[in-house]
Structure formats: C-alpha cells, structure tokens
Ligand binder design. Structure first.
Ligand code: OFO
Length: 177
C-alpha cells in the first residue's frame, strides 16, 4: 500500500504535468501571435505530450486503488521578450521537472515502494529526453539566430524537429484513453 506522503507527491506531479502542458500551450499562442507558426505547432504538439505524462500518472494512481486529486494549477506566463527567451524558459522548466521527478523517485525508493519506483523509471528516462530536446532547440536558436531571416529559418527548422518528436517512440501526442 502506498504511503500518504508518496501519494500526495504523485498528485503534485500530476499538477506539474498539467502546468507543463499549460505553459507550452500558452507559449504556442505567443508564437502564433508573433507569426511563428512552426514554433506554435511544435509547442502545441508538446502540450499534448505533457498531457500524456499527466494521464500516465493519473492512471497509475487509480490503478493502485487510490484517487487522483488534481491540485491547483498556476497561471502560465504569457509574455516573452523574444523566442530565445521563450525556449530558454522551456529548458529551465524541464530542469525543474527533472528535479521534481528525481525527488519523487527518491521518495519511492526510501519508502521501499518498488512498484512506484519502477513506474517512475519511465519519467527518469523521459526527462533525459526532454532536456536533450530543449537543449537541441536552444543550440538551433543560437546557430540560426532569432531575428530577421534567422527567425524565418528557425521557424522552418522547428517544424522538422516537431515532426521528429511526433514520430519518436516516447513522444506520442496521443492521450491514453
Ligand atoms: Fe516536459 O516532461 Fe513532463 O513535465
């Protein structure tokens, strides 16, 4: 049986995945409003991926006979100076999520809850991919630039990354039913 403390942490993580989805959805709106349709569609696809992270946790909590409680979700930031600042914020956010997943995994281990510990391994691997993805995008931003013609190329290139992400094994945009 899962401890109260660990259950609360899983519910908090459900909230964090919702928060990630909302952050990226809001970012996609900023991109669309600034004429960056490629970035907007990449971030929208990533929103669906975050929702799949949320559903995976939600289903796990229900499967172990507990009730998932969705916490309050903070309002996402809506304004950015430029697209570099926006993608820099995505990487910082993913680093924060990695820290939270690590804390959660450590708590499961300390509780000797090896079923939950095993379940969380997927998130440990996923966070490695998430950080690598946003690092790659930031490198791209720095290579092509984020002004004038560079911005046009960046928006086109992001569409390619977007296609890779959608095709990737762990990056399904489908929401588990
Ligand atoms: Fe971006 O990985 Fe979930 O939050």
């Amino acid at each position: 049986m899962i401890s109260k403390d660990l259950l609360q942490k899983l519910n908090e993580q459900i909230g964090l995945e919702f928060e990630s989805a909302n952050i990226y959805l809001q970012m996609s709106s900023w991109c669309a409003a600034n004429g960056l349709d490629g970035c907007a569609s990449f971030l929208r696809a990533h929103t669906a991926e975050e929702m799949s992270h949320m559903f995976r946790l939600f289903d796990y909590v229900n499967e172990i006979g507990e009730m998932a409680i969705i916490p309050e979700i903070p309002k996402p930031r809506a304004e950015y100076e430029n697209v570099r600042e926006l993608f820099s914020a995505t990487l910082e956010h993913e680093k924060y999520i990695t820290r939270k997943i690590n804390e959660l995994t450590a708590a499961a281990f300390e509780d000797k809850d090896f079923s939950t510990f095993n379940f969380l391994q997927w998130y440990v691997a996923e966070q490695h991919e998430e950080e690598a993805l946003f690092n790659k995008i930031l490198d791209l931003v720095d290579m092509v630039g984020h002004e004038g013609r560079g911005l046009y190329h960046l928006d086109k290139e992001i569409t390619t990354i977007s296609a890779d992400v959608v095709a990737g094994p762990s990056a399904s945009t489908e929401m588990p039913g």
